[in-house]
Design a protein around this ligand. Sequence first.
Ligand SMILES: [Zn+2]
Length: 228
Amino acid sequence: MDKQLSESEVLQLLMQAEEYEDALDVLHPEDAVKEDPTVFETFDTASSKLAIVVGHTQRSQGASGATPISTTEYIWNKQLAKHIKSIASSHNIGCKIFYRDGVGIVGAYKRVKIWEPDSCIELHFNAFNGQVIGTETLYGAYHPSKDWAEAIQQAIIKLYDRNPKSDRGIKQRKIGERGGKNVNQLDTIPSCLVEPYFGDVSSEAVLADDYLIDLAKAIVDTHINYFG
Ligand SMILES: [Zn+2]
């Protein structure tokens, strides 16, 4: 390819790749992450419930992060999800982790909906040309999600001390746009998709690693401020 692609052209290609990967996930139901039958969880006494969707799957793991992330979105964010769950549990917040493996985006969100959480967040990180940095949060067309996305975005830009340039803001996405399928599945539950940093940039990968637990804490704190 001899012409340099614009960011929007790359986004378009990525969306097509992710559509294809999502179709592959649905074609492989054997990939589904099984719940551990030895772990019994009850959320009866939880003061509220937070659902975490891990972006991507074992089969299609998303972008690769620079050192010290040194792994893919899927592997990195599985780790982040576990930190969120443990911090949430210590605050009596019910937290369940949902995977797209074997069920695809729609299948994962169907399961989220059945669980009836108060909020939902899907974990990713961004990657482009190794130079662009910043934080952005995506949300869909349904009413309760914009304020939730804004609250999460504010918490993350505060955590990383972002400036107006690296605060890329909240972005509404329609089905057919990148991330649009993910953020338009829950009509009554506030949901958003976070891209806290560009994992392909070294300084951002350092930020991700240094503040891994703090990011988990910021997400739980935002949920608590919002839903108690
Ligand atoms: Zn991603």
